[in-house]
Design a protein around this ligand. Structure first.
Ligand SMILES: NC(=O)c1ccc[n+]([C@@H]2O[C@H](COP(=O)([O-])OP(=O)(O)OC[C@H]3O[C@@H](n4cnc5c(N)ncnc54)[C@H](O)[C@@H]3O)[C@@H](O)[C@H]2O)c1
Length: 456
């Protein structure tokens, strides 16, 4: 352990014993008299911005567009004025949800032409993120763009350029990075709570048809109710296909597979927590094991990633897995493992587990120590808590609210967002390279600092 690591470890141990004592009162409910607390509350002092009104437009009013807008409308002073979607049903739903006087259109350009709109949410399928985001920033709008920021690695630099040139606020929608859970994990890692990071892993398990992208197709889906020509205008042209429109995640022209849809969240959180720029080697394997419904993407995917040593972290390895045929279903996790402990991280909790002792009761081990002339004492030692869980305070509005609030606060104060275009690209690229690795059956090499694809 180098000097810097040992001093941050000391800092953590000091803070840990202090916070354990300071938290003893709220934790008494869960800690018996002689036991240290195993539970602590996460809380943030959140300075709030002034309340200038912000007029919002929504582009892509499906599942996430609606959720994002509901979250945005929880932020004081935000008003929805216009909605764009390519399907009539979604525009009708928008009017019934948010009022008959809402402006609706099938053309995002018409929405962007409106002078009264300050900011837009882009929640279309992935193949439209880049073009609409760039057009929006060039039309003078701030942009909250859903993840993954882009549909392919090649698309990223143009978004970064547009953000730089226009100076508009641009936030990518991996909400976890603004959550209390991710912030606490970042703080704990920095303070040496798990020692030296050497490994991280993440997992998504799903099983029910809707969760694995077999969405219901509306009864009135047709070339009359859907603007199909616009939908495919930036990709391979085909005749109308309701599956490709409503179940777009299953097709590579529009979606980005499990990696672009799900791994990207774990990259965002991991990069936020570790301050990492990303891996330099990406390898993915998997297969289509069960959902033979015409999908072009695998339903089991494994990714391994090498993170090179950087100024802010040691070299470490990452393993990500996603299984859509998981009979146990419903598991998602992100774990960081270090030389002295590990953290299980969610958006509203962190469970920290630490090694109690490096010693062992194993008679073989003890015999070896004796042979080496080391003194063996049977005197018991003081022990810290084996595990402590930090949990968000009751009533916490959650990562999605914090992330949206971060976006609007940045607009009002002209400040910084948690996930700008550079951050969003560094999270999207290794996810998208998983797809390239899977289809090309080969590892992909990436320069995370310069954000360049390297030759094999
Ligand atoms: N951050 C998260 O947790 C999270 C969760 C779910 C989805 N997402 C992201 O949100 C985006 C949307 O996903 P979804 O599940 O809401 O999909 P969805 O199919 O429910 O909604 C997409 C909507 O976009 C519309 N659309 C398609 N092309 C358009 C265009 N060119 N102009 C205007 N509207 C267009 C469709 O008609 C549809 O209503 C995706 O990028 C997805 O990755 C993020």
């Amino acid at each position: 352990m180098n000097k810097k690591q040992s001093s941050s470890r000391r800092k953590f141990l000091q803070q840990f014993s202090f916070s354990a004592a300071a938290l003893a009162v709220p934790a008494l409910a869960t800690a018996s008299e002689n036991q240290p607390p195993s539970f602590a509350i996460l809380k943030r002092d959140n300075g709030f911005s002034n309340l200038d009104n912000i007029n919002l437009g929504l582009i892509g009013a499906g599942g996430m567009g609606v959720e994002d807008t509901k979250t945005a409308l929880m932020v004081p002073g935000v008003k929805l004025v216009a909605v764009c979607d390519l399907y009539d049903g979604r525009l009708k739903e928008a009017k019934s949800r948010w009022g008959a006087d809402l402006f609706t259109t099938k053309s995002y350009k018409e929405l962007l032409n409106r002078k009264d709109i300050d900011a837009v949410i882009v929640a279309t399928p992935d193949h439209w993120h880049q073009q609409i985001s760039i057009d929006a920033m060039r039309a003078g709008k701030h942009v909250y763009c859903e993840k993954p920021m882009v549909h392919s690695v090649a698309e990223g630099p143009a978004v970064i350029k547009a953000q730089k040139e226009t100076g508009k606020i641009f936030q990518v929608g991996s909400q976890g990075v603004s959550s209390l859970g991710n912030e606490k994990a970042k703080e704990l890692l920095k303070d040496g709570a798990i020692g030296q990071l050497n490994y991280a892993e993440g997992f998504w398990a799903r099983r029910d048809p809707v969760s694995v992208w077999q969405y219901p197709i509306p009864a009135d889906a047709s070339a009359q109710t859907v603007d199909w020509d616009t939908y495919v205008s930036n990709t391979n042209k085909r005749s109308f296909d309701a599956m490709r429109f409503f179940r777009w995640r299953n097709y590579t022209d529009y979606g980005t597979g499990m990696a672009g849809d799900l791994f990207v969240h774990l990259f965002s959180s991991l990069h936020f927590i570790t301050d990492s720029y990303g891996p330099n080697k990406v390898y993915a394997s998997g297969g289509l094991r069960y959902w033979n419904d015409g999908r072009e993407v695998p339903d089991v995917l494994l990714g391994t990633f090498d993170y090179p040593k950087a100024a802010v972290h040691p070299a470490f390895n990452l393993s990500l897995r996603c299984n859509f045929v998981d009979g146990t279903s419903g598991t998602t996790y992100l774990k960081l493992v270090g030389s002295e402990g590990a953290m299980d991280i969610t958006w509203d909790s962190v469970t920290l587990k630490r090694n109690q002792s490096m010693n062992s009761d194993d008679p073989f081990y003890i015999e070896k120590l004796k042979t080496a002339g080391q003194e063996i004492s049977d005197r018991k030692k003081m022990q810290g808590p084996e595990s402590i869980t930090f949990e968000a305070e009751k009533g916490y509005k959650g990562g999605p609210y914090d992330h949206m609030n971060n976006f609007f606060t940045a607009i009002r104060k002209n400040g910084k967002v948690a996930e700008d275009a550079v951050f969003g690209y560094r999270a999207a690229a290794p996810a998208l390279l998983c797809n390239d690795s899977y289809y090309q059956n080969s590892p992909m090499f990436w320069d995370p600092e310069k954000m360049l694809l390297l030759k094999k």
